[in-house]
Write a protein that binds this ligand. Structure first.
Ligand SMILES: Cc1cc2nc3c(=O)[nH]c(=O)nc-3n(C[C@H](O)[C@H](O)[C@H](O)COP(=O)(O)OP(=O)(O)OC[C@H]3O[C@@H](n4cnc5c(N)ncnc54)[C@H](O)[C@@H]3O)c2cc1C
Length: 299
């Protein structure tokens, strides 16, 4: 069997790792400057794509995150931005800067912008990994159409958990909310709420069939077809470990010019821990663009 040869490295001046709101917007601005750059990552994996109807943004009321991301993608295409959906799997230090690795292609670059945001963290309960995408999902907005008229549960303990439960309630019944760990659970109309959920376990031969768990007033077994894990999104920096970045609770530390502790490596958006919403991510992209303009001598 012949192996496909790895294509030669692409040499560029700047790479944006992460195609969420911040990455897309910085790319869109850089596109008008003539700077040689690449954007890496899948916009459809961004938080906004999974957010559903957006709240507290200056966008028109009722804007749906996924629709908005699709429009942003059209803009990127129109501007002919060099973009790959591949994930960055690692990074190496080179003489002239950095080598950014992906599964299919590597890039050499002088400047790196980290915009990898946050994502849903698996809870690590029994059956979660085995039944992932076989009834267990980490994106209610993406997968709710598959579970119309079917019994489902949502697990987590964040405002996004509540939002996911309300969304499911519009499309199916019964909906159970498993408020994971400690803290006061919200009371929601038409949703069965279980507090202080621990020892969650999911079972099923081919697909999810039932879940069991302990809660504040006993133990429970539920027959469900869908279980949505919707907790607090968290950052991940493991693939960047060779950079030895200063980080705090998984967030990259930056100064007022978005510089990290590694030379010519910048970070913006949720990965910095300095913002956690659409407007903040957009503001970072706008401000970092000004910093890069000055650095690269763009008019
Ligand atoms: C369910 C939910 C609902 C929300 N609702 C709202 C709301 O109503 N209003 C609001 O203002 N905000 C909301 N937010 C928050 C908002 O979406 C985020 O704060 C904002 O989108 C963050 O943008 P970002 O560019 O920093 O990161 P992200 O959106 O997290 O994008 C990061 C990108 O980096 C990519 N990536 C990660 N690792 C790699 C890698 N190794 N290589 C390449 N790419 C990588 C990801 O795939 C993703 O495309 C919501 C978030 C969630 C999860």
């Amino acid at each position: 069997m012949s192996m496909r040869p790895t294509p030669p490295d692409i040499d560029t001046d700047l790479i944006i790792i992460g195609a969420g709101v911040s990455g897309i917007n910085l790319a869109s601005k850089l596109a008008d400057t003539g700077v040689k750059f690449w954007l890496l990552g899948s916009p459809f994996e961004s938080q906004l794509a999974k957010a559903g109807v957006l709240e507290n943004t200056p966008l028109p009321e009722g804007t749906v995150g996924l629709k908005f991301i699709e429009e942003e993608m059209e803009n990127l295409k129109a501007k002919q931005i060099s973009h790959r959906s591949s994930l960055c799997t690692g990074i190496e230090l080179t003489e002239g800067g950095y080598k950014v690795l992906t599964k299919f292609q590597n890039f050499t670059t002088k400047i790196v912008v980290i915009a990898t945001g946050k994502k849903q963290k698996s809870l690590g309960f029994d059956g979660e990994a085995d039944l992932f995408h076989k009834g267990i999902s980490d994106c209610t907005v993406c997968d709710f159409p598959l579970y119309r008229e079917k019994p489902v549960a949502i697990v987590g303990n964040h405002e996004y958990t509540i939002r996911a439960a309300k969304l499911m309630k519009q499309h199916t019944s019964p909906v159970s909310l498993l408020w994971y760990g400690s803290g006061n659970a919200p009371q929601l109309d038409g949703i069965d709420v279980f507090e202080n959920v621990t020892n969650l376990s999911a079972r099923g031969d081919e697909v999810l069939e039932e879940i069991s768990f302990d809660h504040s007033s006993g133990s429970q077994v539920l027959k469900v077809r869908g279980l949505f894990v919707e907790g607090k999104p968290v950052p991940s920096l493991e693939f960047l470990s060779p950079l030895s970045l200063n980080a705090h609770e998984g967030h990259v530390q930056i100064d007022e010019e978005f510089k990290t502790s590694a030379e010519n490596v910048y970070a913006m958006g949720d990965i910095t821990g300095k913002t956690s919403n659409y407007e903040g991510a957009l503001d970072h992209a706008n401000r970092l663009f000004e910093v890069l303009k000055a650095k690269l001598g763009i008019n």
